[in-house]
Design a binder for this molecule. Structure first.
Ligand code: AMP
Ligand code: ZN
Length: 458
């Protein structure tokens, strides 16, 4: 099996490209993280799982990945939430950041090497804005400091939105802005936030800066923090597809304007999780969280399995039925793995196909199909166990933790007796033994190769 090259779809070129790192053997990767004002919903988790698969595939291909994910701990939504609850904004952000970090583990998402927080990096953002002011890309207005999109000749190169959509002189101060039109965007905001109540406005968080006391706009944090940790030019930047415009477009503009260099080589955006055909979003009131899943007896890894069955660049419509089917598939998979002996030489042909699928712009549906072909193949259990351990480095389904099942005492004798009874055509008696086995927690399935057993509820 010839090994194919790692190819990734780049939203900048709008093509699938061979991946070439800036530095041989290394990857710098920045993923836009959560805004910690509430629990993360499963739509957000789809993007975070896609990014985890991306990182795992890069590592699988021998790259040493430095992964940075920011935590947005100051923005309009946070200020509004603190204002509604009448508390300091840190009480909100600390609670939800902790919940986010705990939930990463439940989905087997490998934590980023760095989780910089916006409020810990205000100084570098101020310096960044000063550079933009000095170079003439930014200007001061009554309510903040703005980036002038007209000044940046390449504006629109990521999203493809044309200058025709520029409302000349229009400015956006709100973090929830117009998705269709170009506007100058806020790099720094003077209080009060448009979302704060009167009482809260007095207590609104702000930091001193040479251009006036205030707080950062949303976009600047990602440019300042990614550059601080990964350098001015690095490999991969990703997020959900809703971030393409304006967030990622604005990141490119302010970064390249400040440094005069290309910011990022590969822009990767994950498609949305939908519900009833609409994007899952808090504002649409159609979200579910991991705790909603657990109330229905669904474990987080079933959600991860579901996400793996769709390509990251395809929309995925969420239904409880599809999630239950994913839970069954994962349980069946664990049942198979539990039947296998200790790992020995793997099934190289399937491993090769699996790797090639992941290298083909992370074609996880094909990788999952190959994995199932391997599971159902005639290879001995020890070979399958070896291969599943290799595949699980990318899948992240915790399959290394599935131990070989041991039959309860006396069950082997019952299985053998049942076989003899079946061979003699005594089906009523053999059925009784099947029930007896079930009570012991052993399920028996009759296959052309003879009876196969597994323990219930693994
Ligand atoms: P936020 O906390 O709103 O900044 O979102 C965190 C991440 O989740 C971003 O990368 C978003 O693009 C992504 N995201 C938000 N909604 C969805 C959705 N319905 N499906 C997939 N990703 C989403
Ligand atoms: Zn970002």
């Amino acid at each position: 099996m010839a090994q194919s090259k790692l190819k990734l779809y780049n939203y900048l070129s709008k093509k699938v490209e061979e991946f070439k790192p800036v530095t041989e053997g290394k990857v710098g990767m920045y993923t836009c993280g959560p805004t910690v004002y509430d629990f993360v919903h499963i739509g957000n988790w789809r993007t975070f799982v896609f990014e985890d698969v991306l990182k795992r595939v890069l590592e699988f291909n021998g790259y040493d990945v430095t992964h940075v994910m920011n935590i947005t701990d100051i923005d309009d939504k946070i200020i509004k939430r603190a204002s509604d609850d009448g508390v300091d904004f840190r009480q909100i952000t600390e609670k939800y950041e902790k919940a986010f970090r705990d939930d990463l583990g439940k989905l087997n998402i490998i934590p980023a090497g760095h989780f910089p927080k916006a409020t810990d990096n205000i100084t570098s953002m101020i310096q960044f804005i000063e550079v933009l002011l000095k170079k003439g890309f930014a200007y001061k207005a009554d309510d903040g400091v703005y980036f002038s999109v007209e000044k940046f000749a390449d504006y629109g190169k990521l999203s493809g939105l044309s200058k025709g959509n520029l409302k000349k002189g229009a400015r956006v101060n709100d973090d929830l802005y117009d998705k269709e039109n170009w506007s100058d965007f806020a790099l720094w905001k003077f209080p009060p936030s448009p979302k704060a109540s009167e009482g809260q406005a007095k207590k609104e968080p702000s930091w001193p800066a040479p251009f006036g006391e205030g707080r950062p706009g949303w976009h600047i944090e990602c440019s300042a923090m990614s550059m601080a940790l990964l350098g001015e030019h690095f490999d991969i930047h990703s997020g959900g597809v809703d971030l393409l415009f304006p967030h990622h477009e604005n990141e490119i503009a302010q970064s390249e304007a400040a440094t005069g260099k290309k910011f990022v080589n590969y822009w990767m955006e994950g498609e949305h999780l939908l519900v009833g055909g609409e994007k899952m979003a808090k504002s649409l009131n159609n979200i579910f969280t991991l705790s909603d899943l657990s109330k229905r007896g669904i474990e987080p890894l079933s959600l991860r399995y579901l996400f793996l069955t769709a390509h990251y660049r395809s929309k995925l419509n969420f239904t409880w039925e599809s999630l239950e089917a994913a839970q069954n598939a994962l349980s069946n998979l664990r049942g198979e793995v539990a039947g296998w002996d200790a790992p020995k030489i793997g099934c190289s042909e399937f491993e090769g196909d699996f790797k090639n699928a992941t290298r083909d712009d992370l074609d996880m549906p094909r990788a999952i199909a190959t994995m199932w072909e391997m599971v159902k193949s005639d290879y001995p259990g020890s070979a399958k166990r070896q291969s599943i351990l290799v595949m699980d480095k990318v899948l992240g389904l915790g399959l290394a933790d599935v131990k070989k099942s041991v039959l309860p005492k006396g069950a082997k004798e019952l299985i053998d007796r049942r076989e003899t009874l079946r061979a003699e055509g005594k089906f009523e008696e053999s059925d009784k033994l099947r029930k007896e086995l079930l009570e012991m927690g052993v399920e028996v399935e009759d296959t052309p190769e003879g009876p196969k057993w597994r323990l219930k509820k693994i």
